[in-house]
Design a protein around this ligand. Structure first.
Ligand code: MSP
Length: 519
């Protein structure tokens, strides 16, 4: 399976939206592996374009130097927050540039590209030509387009219109848009776009920082024919680069994780049509997993509003676990969410420090204190024990169902449900009271065994979201191979009788926010 994210523009610093997309994809990649599927996780940076060229000029450096500096901010953040990708797509990589040029040449030979003169309005900010449909109700181009200039120039076009009828039919017959509610939006947009071809070039006198059109060297190719191709170029398309993976085995069950802003028209229309023109079959078409946006108090994050949230600072202040947990937990895949640092702290403290932390403490600490760290399950079991085993089976099923449908927040809810049941069970059984009665030593061991067995299962389910914390739990349980298990291997009784655990350490220390001083 190939899992990709959108490649991030290198014209600023990574923000919480970028971090969310990486965490989501990292979680899904790790989950697919937990399901026993081989995964190739590709991500990277989109380094060409006018904005980069302009910012570099403003800073008095070359575009090469500028993108190198900005790219380093992204890679440092991904390392810091545990994003484990297999392939790195940087669009200035010569292997990518060669692949883009080969595809352009091939499409030209197939009659899919043509050159024509265009006279019209152009948005400098959005780097695109505008049509009358982009005017507002007063007939003006709105502020979102920034400076709009009139230009006349010849450019290269891709015959998008050759493929839109196929795409409409393909989308209607296949479930490639996730979540489903986005499909209608895409089909509507497609109807509006029918008959329009896609401009794919810029003359070099206006933009130099791009990939040269191989058959017309006064031009570079413009954003989407460079950026979108990263998904195939770094998956080994064309088979010319020995340092890249084998395309035939990598490009299967492909899922592109993208934000809602780049479904229409880029991925949902241009990309499918480009792949179709390149000769990919319907079976080879990717799925688009379209996620929503993180806003700030209902507003878009933007430099001008000064409300950009820096994920690196959050990781420093609250820890990587708290950040990853929050980004996975407080948004439903596909919907928008409001970023709120108080909720980050609250969710971590409630669900991890209190609930799961409490369970780990009871299972591991009490085992150390009451049974010298030796776990043993004695029969016959009581109804409560069987109830807890049943709760775990249900939670695993709910988790699998949610995660198979990319619903990570619901997957976490499924884990929490069992954790809460474990704590209720512990409260009812009161092993700390029972331990005072020498007759009840076996019951104490059996209750603690049930709690420890639950921790082991929860660690496995939690591992895609919090891999480092899951590894710590596996270590304390003295089960070094625990995280090698696949989801379908999970079954009650993973802990052998008389298994000895190691010294427990708190895995989810509470976040304490210093109280604000009264004024
Ligand atoms: N470079 C293009 C994508 C090319 S893919 C062939 C681009 N880059 S971006 O840096 O602007 O955005 C990268 C990803 O981050 C996109 O999927 C975008 O939707 C996502 N997000 C940007 N802001 C976001 C939020 N506030 N919240 C969630 N995701 C957001 O688009």
């Amino acid at each position: 399976m190939l899992l990709t994210t959108a490649i991030d523009y290198t014209n600023g610093s990574p923000h919480i939206g970028h971090a969310y997309e990486k965490v989501l994809t990292d979680v899904l990649a790790r989950y697919q592996r937990l399901r026993g599927k081989p995964v190739y996780f590709l991500t990277g940076v989109d380094q060409h374009g006018q904005k980069v060229e302009q910012t570099a000029a403003k800073e008095g450096v070359s575009p090469e130097e500028y993108v190198e500096k900005v790219t380093a901010r992204f890679t440092a953040l991904w390392d810091k927050i545990g994003i484990e990708y297999d392939g790195w797509a940087a669009t200035t990589d010569p292997r990518h540039m060669r692949c883009v040029q080969d595809i352009l040449t091939e499409l030209k030979e197939k009659g899919q590209l043509y050159k024509k003169a265009y006279n019209g309005h152009y948005s400098v900010r959005q780097e695109q030509f505008l049509t009358d449909r982009d005017r507002d109700e007063h007939g003006n181009f709105g502020a979102e387009w920034g400076e709009v200039v009139e230009i006349q120039e010849e450019n290269w076009y891709f015959k998008l219109s050759d493929h839109t009828a196929w795409l409409q039919d393909f989308l209607e017959k296949n479930d490639v848009i996730q979540p489903h509610f986005r499909k209608a939006e895409l089909i509507n947009a497609l109807t509006r776009n029918a008959g329009i071809d896609l401009c794919i070039s810029r003359p070099k006198d206006r933009l130099r920082w791009g990939i040269e059109i191989p058959f017309d060297t006064d031009y570079v190719t413009y954003v989407w024919f460079d950026a979108l191709i990263n998904y195939v170029s770094f998956a080994g398309y064309g088979g010319k680069e020995s340092s890249l993976p084998d395309f035939a085995s990598t490009w299967n069950n492909t899922v592109h994780v993208i934000g809602k802003d780049i479904m229409v028209p880029a991925h949902g229309i241009y990309w499918y049509c480009m792949l179709h023109a390149m000769g990919l079959t319907d079976e080879q078409m990717p799925t688009l997993l379209v996620h929503g946006w993180w806003n700030i108090r209902g507003e878009k994050m933007s430099k001008s509003l000064g409300n950009i949230v820096d994920p690196s600072e959050l990781a420093d202040s609250f820890g990587v676990d708290a950040l990853r947990y929050y980004l996975a937990r407080d948004i439903t895949t596909g919907k928008d969410s409001d970023f709120d640092v108080e909720r980050l702290v609250m969710l971590y403290n409630t669900e991890l420090a209190n609930e799961l932390g409490n369970l780990c403490n009871r299972a591991l600490n009490m085992s150390q204190r009451f049974t010298a760290g030796v776990l043993h399950c004695y029969f016959p079991l009581e109804e409560e024990d069987l109830g807890l085993e049943h709760s775990l089976v249900e939670s695993i099923n709910l988790y699998r169902e949610a995660m198979d449908h990319y619903d990570v927040s619901k997957g976490l809810e499924a884990i929490n449900r069992h954790v809460v049941n474990c704590n209720v069970y512990a409260e009812r059984m009161k092993p700390w009271e029972m331990n005072k009665d020498p007759e009840k030593k076996q019951r104490v061991a059996t209750v603690l065994y049930h709690l420890a067995e639950s921790v082991a299962h929860c660690a496995v389910m939690l591992s895609p979201i919090l891999p480092a914390a899951a590894a710590k739990l596996a270590g304390q349980l003295n089960m070094p191979d625990l995280l090698e298990l696949k989801l379908d291997d999970l079954a009650w009784g993973m802990l052998a009788n008389d298994h000895t655990i190691l010294k427990p350490e708190p895995v989810f220390p509470r976040i304490v926010i210093p109280a604000a001083k009264d004024s």
